[in-house]
Ligand binder design. Sequence first.
Ligand code: ADP
Ligand code: MG
Length: 293
Amino acid sequence: ATPTALLVGTGRGAQMGILIKGPEVLESTRRIDTIVLDKTGTVTAGKMTLTDLHTAVGTDRAELLRLAGALEDASEHPIAQAVAKAAVQELGTLPTPEGFTNIEGKGVQGVVDGHAVIIGRASLLADWSLHLPAELVEAKAAAERQGKTAIAVGWDGQARGVLVVADTVKPTSPAAVAQFKRLGLTPVLLTGDNQAVAEQIAAEVGITDVIAEVLPQDKVDVITRLQREGKAVAMVGDGVNDAAALAQADLGLAMGTGTDVAIEASDITLVRGDLRSAADAIRLSRKTLGTIK
Ligand code: ADP
Ligand code: MG
């Protein structure tokens, strides 16, 4: 393609809400055969709501919501915001936690009303020797079978509750996945969330390749591994935890609705936060290069 054609292509992209960092980016779309999609905020809306609350035998429901809500109020995570919002709605003002610590990709801990509270993946609580009693193991499994995310809550050395939050697939995501396949790309769902939830969301949008339970710092290794297998990888993400993977990918696409760090690390920004724009971007780039007519 001539320099003029490249400029026209990037200009056309801008009109469609597809911001291409430079003409050299177009070239990298040519070989792409795999598209890795971050789950939360990319395939799903990323807005969670608290749908269920399960207490261990002997635990008070309001106390569970109060301690969990207070601690999560200090976290920016979408799961945390859902929990805090529900707690404020039901209980009003919440206590301020002390010694709040975020355990990246796993959960949070801190002291609320003198109780050492920990919230997050069941495996995080297990690291602290807090094990879910049978009734909570069952509640967690039932939620995950429905594609919901179950997080465990414990304090003072005991696991005491399971909170269930649900995110929803963006209405446009299944159509976007169908378009990726038509472009000859294999879609892969990548997430820190657990396998059951990831598979449920994948099934809803038509993806069969799922890589779940990946810690934020390990997402980049997944991209490297696929590249070593000979794949040319595009990655679409929105979060701080996607930035390294976006930079490592042969083509990084960030949701414009996502974090600045993700946008800076990527080659293309999808202003509308609509996954179909990723397919549009690849189609437009290839057309501009003249690889498809
Ligand atoms: P994703 O890759 O889907 O954006 P994250 O890497 O941010 O997910 O989080 C992975 C998992 O860690 C969550 O599904 C949840 O189980 C747990 N987790 C992380 N932060 C929190 C938090 N603030 N409260 C509860 N659970 C959390
Ligand atoms: Mg995300």
